[in-house]
Design a protein around this ligand. Structure first.
Ligand SMILES: Cc1ncc(COP(=O)(O)O)c(C=O)c1O
Length: 395
């Protein structure tokens, strides 16, 4: 693929279409678990790495390969590994890169299951994690130890939309010769490409915007050829977190419209965030697209837009927040984000219930916080829905 092609063109064309025979325009779906060899000799050569070719879908599959190539092109990295879920991507990178006795610096505010993986599972394997406020650069420096191998963060953060300085993180990691890993789920490469700031590994829950249609759970990891080979060897071959060909096929289809979808998500979210900020029933709105947000200064330099997720607190208590969410009609009460449908959820009792109340407090995730994923509907209808729910709740 010609690397000079624009991002929007690569969304549609990057990655080799595996069909040479019939000229199929859409990527063929190779829904097969295994691949027949000409003979034992050839099978042996493929296993020994002496001959290129497919062996078994847990290791590689032509439909999945095209998605991996497309994602590597979009993140401007050398290679990619597709995984069965976003959590398989998070755990897959870390399990491939860290060993017993290693130390990881992680953001104290991350997706709830990532927090559970790092705080509950990793101690069982002798991997130490120090959670820091990634906005506090002194705290990051102070967390560094001789056995630190990597630093992990999301920006913007799920669920509170905090934005961290990728230039600092990239430099910090290079200076200490540790690996930097960024979960880019909230913005996608359309809005943010962490490698520009020296980040080594970029991963996604492809369940969200990359697929965009709420019908897949999947993940993807992008990085250097060397890192991805190591990750595939561990995560796919031996641990088995491989993406199914059908899910890869759906994500390839979803990706073709990523640019137009992200534009609409951003436009809608900006208008919804402004409406919320101006409403007397709302205490605080967390959305980097608002000038009042601390992360706003990164728009234009680190991120091209603020994305489609907004967090906010209402004036009132937890019951007020829940009754507001329950009063919505168009917004569905559901976890996940990045779908065409607008969704609302309550992190403290749902996605981030994996945190203790103290850890949630440290991470800036209040009990009253609501998170919405602004979908692709007409924004006036979304605002009318929020308005009627506000009237019913505040009555
Ligand atoms: C930022 C982020 N990373 C990772 C994940 C995990 O992805 P999945 O649900 O596809 O396993 C999520 C899920 O919500 C997420 O929001």
């Amino acid at each position: 693929m010609d690397k000079s092609l624009h991002f929007n063109t690569q969304l549609v064309h990057a990655g080799a279409n595996p069909d040479n025979e019939y000229g199929a325009l859409s990527t063929p779906l190779y829904q097969t678990s295994t691949f027949a060899f000409d003979n034992c000799e050839q099978g042996g050569r493929r296993f020994a790495g002496e001959e290129q070719g497919y062996i078994y879908t847990r290791l590689a599959n032509p439909t999945v390969t095209q998605l991996e190539q497309r994602m590597a092109a979009l993140e401007k990295m050398e290679a990619a590994a597709a995984t069965s879920t976003g959590m398989a991507a998070v755990s897959g990178v870390l399990m491939a890169m860290l060993s017993q006795g290693d130390h990881l610096i992680a953001s104290n505010a991350v997706y709830g299951c990532t927090f559970a993986l790092l705080s509950e599972q990793f101690p069982r394997y002798g991997i130490e994690v120090t959670f820091v406020d990634m906005a506090n650069h002194d705290e990051i420096e102070a967390a560094k130890r001789d056995n630190t191998k990597a630093i992990f963060l999301e920006t913007p953060v799920n669920p509170n939309l905090a934005v961290y300085d990728l230039t600092f993180i990239g430099n910090f990691a290079k200076q200490h010769a540790i690996l930097s890993i960024v979960d880019n789920t909230f913005l996608t490469p359309y809005l943010q490409q962490p490698q520009e700031f020296g980040i080594d590994i970029v991963l996604h829950s492809a369940t969200k915007y990359l697929n965009g249609h709420g019908d897949v759970v999947a993940g993807i990891i992008c990085g250097s050829e060397e890192h991805i080979t190591q990750i595939k060897h561990t995560t796919l071959k031996d641990i088995g977190g491989t993406m199914s060909p059908f899910d890869a096929w759906l994500i390839l289809r979803g990706l073709k419209t990523l640019a137009v979808r992200m534009e609409r998500h951003c436009d809608n979210a900006e208008q919804v965030a402004q409406w919320l900020e101006a409403h007397e029933g709302v205490k605080t709105v967390y959305y980097p697209g608002l000038v009042s947000h601390a992360g706003h200064r990164f728009i234009g330099s680190q991120m091209r837009g603020a994305g489609g997720v907004i967090a906010f607190e209402l004036n009132g208590d937890l019951d007020t927040a829940k009754s507001f969410a329950d009063s919505l009609k168009l917004f569905k009460v559901a976890v996940s984000l990045g779908d065409a449908e607008s969704l609302i959820q309550h992190p403290a009792s749902m996605t981030h219930s994996t945190y203790s109340p103290e850890a949630r407090n440290d991470a800036g995730i209040s009990d009253n916080l609501l998170r919405i994923s602004v979908g692709l509907e007409q924004v006036e209808d979304l605002i009318n829905d929020l308005d009627q729910a506000m009237i019913r709740t505040m009555d």
